[in-house]
Design a binder for this molecule. Structure first.
Ligand SMILES: Cc1ncc(COP(=O)(O)O)c(C=O)c1O
Length: 402
């Protein structure tokens, strides 16, 4: 049956995940099932389990690839390292930090929630104050969302590490990098992050379905004594199969493993730092467009700007949901809606994963049309021109075509 939502041309997918899947990755996944216990499959398994750590910038960590989503990866990070009743400090500054905190509470951890404005990032002084007064080291973990996808806020993980180190506080540092790892600078080893996690449908530009967790040595040690109930997400099961060289306690998604191999190859071919620079370029161009429209972004301070998602505040007489709806209905452009507290107030432009300059300019042109049509007073072409001016200066030649 034909897809009744079909529209000619390409869908302009500008939500901050799931993102566009590159052609070579789609081709790599277009294959039959095979026996994951065959003598051949462990070679692929080992290569992705080892190489995925490079997007975390970790050589000391151990990676676990679960058939799950980011939400499952959260659960894996928590239940393997902590025990019920353990005290966690966490910052609620948007929809994803809210949901992670909700999961922590449902798993019976004792969460000291720091509520922040939606649009603000982690206040390091608040963290410092809390940890300084915790002389008996009751706090077992700091759990932070690196890039809050609902508001376009990137937190300073290196700064959090410095606070912990300055106070010689032994709490574990658990970081959600679902919309940052592989796109925004993330340094697991340098920042001594104990557990970091991501999902396949974001920077890796794969289908949804893999929750990827990287655990540092201190987290693996903590896992030996953690008393949380866990079965599906138990790292110990994986470690047994790693030692045996067979890798999977249960059936992996064959196609996603081939896709992951291809996705990693593309990232390494471009160069991870070039990928990060590309995201910065696209993020800067988007912010230049928003400024030219005379609008503001939800991110409250320059130091928290996000290079993977821009949450644009609409004027009070406009419902941002109508911007998203009209973009999809008229221009086949998919933008992110405002979630929860910022519903109706922001729409989000995702510039994440497999994306280039001209794709972004197309989307910005579409946003301009829609903004004007819903009654926002902007000059057509102004944002596109500002973004072009930035991109023209900042875009290098494509590395493989020099
Ligand atoms: C920062 C962040 N964390 C966690 C999640 C949840 O991931 P999933 O929807 O894959 O479970 C998302 C989803 O968008 C996210 O953006």
């Amino acid at each position: 049956m034909a897809d009744s939502f079909y529209a000619p041309g390409r869908n302009h997918l500008f939500v901050p995940g799931p993102v566009n899947i590159p052609e070579p990755v789609m081709r790599a996944m277009n294959r039959n099932n095979e026996d994951h216990r065959s003598p051949a499959f462990p070679k692929l398994s080992k290569s992705v389990i080892d190489d995925v750590k490079r997007i975390f910038k970790s050589s000391k960590g151990t990676s676990f690839i679960f058939p799950t989503t980011g939400t499952g990866a959260w659960e894996s990070a928590l239940t393997n390292t902590l025990s019920p009743g353990d005290k966690i400090i966490s910052f609620r500054l948007g929809q994803f930090s809210l949901l992670w905190i909700d999961q922590m509470q449902r798993l019976k951890f004792d969460v000291d929630v720091v509520d922040c404005d939606w649009g603000a990032g982690v206040d390091l002084d608040v963290l410092k104050g809390k940890l300084a007064s915790d002389r008996s080291h009751n706090v077992k973990a700091i759990c932070v969302v690196h890039n809050e996808t609902s508001t376009g806020v990137t937190n300073d993980i290196g700064g959090i590490r410095r606070v912990l180190d300055d106070l010689k506080h032994p709490a574990l540092l658990l970081v959600d990098g679902v919309s940052s790892i592989g796109a925004i600078d993330f340094r697991m080893d340098d920042w001594k992050v104990d557990v970091a996690l991501t999902g396949s449908q974001k920077a890796l530009s794969l289908p949804t379905g893999l929750g990827i967790v990287c655990a540092g040595p201190k987290a693996l040690e903590a896992a030996k004594t953690s008393r949380s109930l866990k079965v599906f997400f138990d790292w110990a099961d994986y470690l047994k199969f790693y030692a045996a060289g067979t890798f999977w306690p249960y059936t992996p998604s064959i196609q996603l493993m081939y896709g992951l191999r291809a996705a990693l190859d593309l990232i390494f071919e471009e160069g991870l730092d070039n990928v990060i620079a590309r995201h910065h370029r696209l993020g800067s161009a988007t912010r230049a467009a928003v400024q030219a429209w005379g609008l503001k972004i939800a991110t409250q301070r320059e130091e928290w700007i996000s290079d993977t998602v821009t949450a644009v505040l609409v004027p009070p007489h406009v419902d941002s949901a109508n911007v998203v709806k009209l973009a999809w209905k008229k221009y086949n452009l998919s933008l992110g809606v405002g979630l929860n507290k910022v519903a109706g107030k922001v729409f989000r432009i995702g510039h994440l994963g497999s994306m280039n300059e001209l794709q972004l300019l197309g989307a910005l042109a579409g946003v301009e049309l829609v903004l004007q049509e819903v009654g926002v007073n902007i000059k057509l072409g102004s944002g596109v021109a500002a973004a072009q001016a930035h991109l023209s200066k900042a875009t290098p030649l494509i590395a493989s075509r020099i």
